[in-house]
Ligand binder design. Structure first.
Ligand code: PLP
Length: 424
């Protein structure tokens, strides 16, 4: 459930009229609902109430400092994948003992920063990464708490590009190598083996792949314990899908957090481990929308193009993952006829689209549209391609709003570039 609703035909974010906000901020821009972020964090925490898990918000989904501060105040930790994300999480007030560090290519500098901060856990993805972490930890006179990310070879996720747990994916230690690598890890003085980690993909719309992967993880823990390895933590990653309103979803909502939690409690209760979760999309996805303005309506041959001022540099998900985002008019006109549009941006790429062959109420130049469910993997993947300013982000709380990342000027965008002397 989210807090973007029509009131008298006008789309609101909580108690803020989006058309008024659009005129104030200028389009395109993202707007997040604080009440929705808090609600999703609480729904997830409540589903596991009594189990005392670490819920480490996946910072890659939405890393704005204000968003992280809200989630920190809800008790969330952070799952980070770079020194930059680690810095953000700490700056937002997330305690190091609630931070896990994931990712397949951590550098020695990143490992050092995380060890010095005293994070809760490194999720290590390969033998050479383990050696590197051991060396950095020894050089600092520390022991790094480690879970090995294992690859259970289970297919899951809403798109090929967000499936991470198959043996051909780059993620995790191959199943057949796992026990030997744990045995090796135990022998390293800079490593403290703490747990098992897996993350099988994103936008997962049914419980079966979770069940298959988590059952395998349980068996692995039993095997590792038989090998003499003390496993006290199990990190189950993120991945729980959200409704995007895509007709291909067939109207069936993804599993509820309660059902997801029910399955996990059943599978993990006998293990006696502390659970860790890394949800991203489930917390932030439906808590944000991208607001854009129609520039032109172009009649092509057999196609009508709705040319809007938000492009693939602002929201890349349709171009990258063929993702479906519902598009809504900010001002409803009940009498407007329906038309079929390709909704496209101004970027000079054919892949620059937000929707293809989409039936929408008729739009005119100057109208505002809201691209829904854009709070996760939206602003974080934005770029300045075509020297378009990085899209701003705003936050509403009741009838208040604030700009939480402003639009840079063109001068600011160029400020880091210099021409060498020989071009003077
Ligand atoms: N954890 C890891 C290691 C990830 O790679 C991701 C995203 O792909 C997540 C957590 C968050 O996934 P989601 O946003 O689907 O919950």
């Amino acid at each position: 459930m989210h807090h973007f609703e029509y009131r008298n035909g006008r789309l609101y974010a909580e108690d803020v009229d989006l058309a008024a906000l659009a005129r104030e901020v200028g389009t395109p821009f993202y707007v997040y609902s604080e009440a929705t972020l808090r609600r999703h964090a609480r729904v997830f925490a409540k589903a596991f109430a009594g189990a005392d898990p670490l819920v480490a918000f996946s910072v890659k989904a939405n890393s704005n400092l204000a968003v992280l501060k809200i989630l920190a105040s809800e008790g969330a930790g952070a799952d980070v994948v770079s020194a930059g994300e680690l810095y953000r999480a700490l700056k937002a007030g997330i305690a190091p003992e609630k931070i896990v560090f994931s990712g397949v290519g951590k550098t020695a500098e990143e490992m050092q920063a995380a060890l010095e901060a005293g994070i809760y856990q490194f999720n290590v993805e390969s033998a050479p990464e383990l050696e590197a972490l051991n060396a950095v930890a020894l050089s600092l006179g520390k022991r790094a708490p480690v879970a090995l990310r294992v690859n259970p070879d289970v297919a899951a996720g809403g798109h090929d590009k967000i499936s991470t747990g198959r043996k051909e994916d780059k993620f995790g230690v191959s199943w057949g190598q796992t026990r030997a690598l744990y045995a090796h890890a135990r022998a390293l003085n800079g490593i403290e083996v703490a747990g098992v980690d897996l993350h099988i993909g994103s936008q997962i719309a049914d419980l079966k792949p979770f069940e298959a992967a988590f059952t395998k993880a349980g068996q692995l823990i039993a095997d590792l314990r038989a090998d003499g390895c003390a496993i006290t933590r199990l990190d189950l990653g993120g991945g729980l899908g959200i409704p995007y309103g895509d007709p291909k979803e067939g109207g069936a909502p993804p599993p509820s957090p309660e059902d997801y939690a029910g399955l996990i409690k059943k599978l993990t209760a006998p293990l006696g481990v502390r659970l860790i979760f890394e949800p991203g999309r489930m917390i932030a996805g439906n808590a944000g929308v991208l607001v854009t303005q129609v520039l032109y309506v172009k009649e092509g041959e057999g196609r009508t193009f709705l040319i809007v001022d938000a492009g693939m540099n602002d929201l890349i998900r349709p171009a990258l993952y063929d993702a479906y985002h519902e598009i809504k008019p900010v001002a409803l006109n009940e009498t407007a006829p329906e038309k079929t549009y390709d909704v496209v941006g101004p970027v000079c790429e054919s892949s620059d689209f937000l929707a293809k062959q989409r039936k929408l109420p008729e739009f005119s130049p100057g109208d505002f549209a809201a691209v829904m469910s854009a709070g996760a993997y939206g602003a974080v993947q934005a770029s300045q391609y075509n020297t378009r300013p990085l899209v701003p982000e705003s936050l509403v709380n009741g009838d208040r709003y604030a700009l939480i990342r402003r639009r840079p000027s063109i001068e600011e965008m160029l400020a880091l570039e210099t021409a060498p002397d020989w071009l003077a």
